[in-house]
Ligand binder design. Structure first.
Ligand code: GDP
Length: 220
């Protein structure tokens, strides 16, 4: 069974003080609006319901939490970079996202979704900058890879890899296409690796959250 299959909606938060208490290991998905984040989550979940939930009006601009059946949580962060968002709301989300990424203790990795045709926007790099001090890993999904030919794909991958290396931090990158369902296995492997490692770390240093995370996590 795939990692996100049968994931269930757990909670939403507009403010940091509304977040569910940190517990099991969490993997966050972030990206520019329209980059293909919902489609990627759906492809990984192998069904359409999760995206339906994240696209429900009112929940789009929320931090949405989904419980994974094997243990761990998927955190769908609000898309950024949408020009029509009023400045006050944009500032709210910049502040909320930066603090979430820097301080959420249960976060074990960040999946950063980028359109392969427009990777590493200024805001993508801001997200990387906020998360880097945590020392936790980032995996970049270059979505819409089906819109590029093989040569363009290879060039983009090389360019993004080089830029990520120059930025420092622990970042990996891959090509992804939701309609072609390509790149699913690679993404799943990375995310499962993070969740399993975080579960094992929690087991070694038991804490209130650790015990729960370690007990529930298993590889499918
Ligand atoms: P989000 O705003 O980041 O959640 O983006 P969505 O998942 O809603 O996708 C935005 C648009 O891009 C939609 O029209 C999708 O059908 C399309 N899209 C998403 N991923 C892909 C992909 O891998 N390939 C192609 N060709 N289109 C995609």
């Amino acid at each position: 069974m795939s990692l996100f299959q049968n994931a269930t909606y757990l909670a939403s938060a507009h403010h940091l003080h509304d977040l569910p208490p940190p517990g099991e290991p969490e993997v966050a998905f972030a990206g520019r609006s329209n980059a293909g984040k919902s489609s990627a989550i759906n492809a990984l979940a192998n069904r359409t319901r999760l995206a339906f939930v994240s696209k429900t009006p009112g929940r789009t601009q929320q931090i949405n939490f989904f419980q994974l059946t094997g243990g761990g949580l998927l955190v769908d962060l609000p898309g950024y970079g949408y020009a029509k968002v009023p400045e006050a709301l944009r500032n709210h989300w910049e502040d909320t996202l930066s603090r979430f990424l820097q301080t959420r203790p249960s976060l074990c990795g960040l999946v950063l979704v980028m359109d392969a045709r427009h990777p590493l926007t200024e805001r993508d790099e801001l997200m990387l900058g906020w998360f880097r001090p945590t020392g936790r890993p980032v995996h970049v999904l270059l979505t819409k890879a089906d819109k590029l030919n093989r040569r363009e794909q290879a060039l983009t991958l090389e360019k993004v890899r080089a830029r990520l290396a120059a930025l420092g931090g622990l970042a990996t990158v891959q090509l992804f296409s939701s309609p072609d369902r390509s790149g699913l296995e690679e993404a799943e492997e990375v995310i499962t690796g993070w969740l399993v490692a975080a579960g094992a770390r929690n087991k070694e240093a038991p804490s209130q959250r650790g015990k729960l995370g370690a007990k529930r996590l298993k590889r499918d």
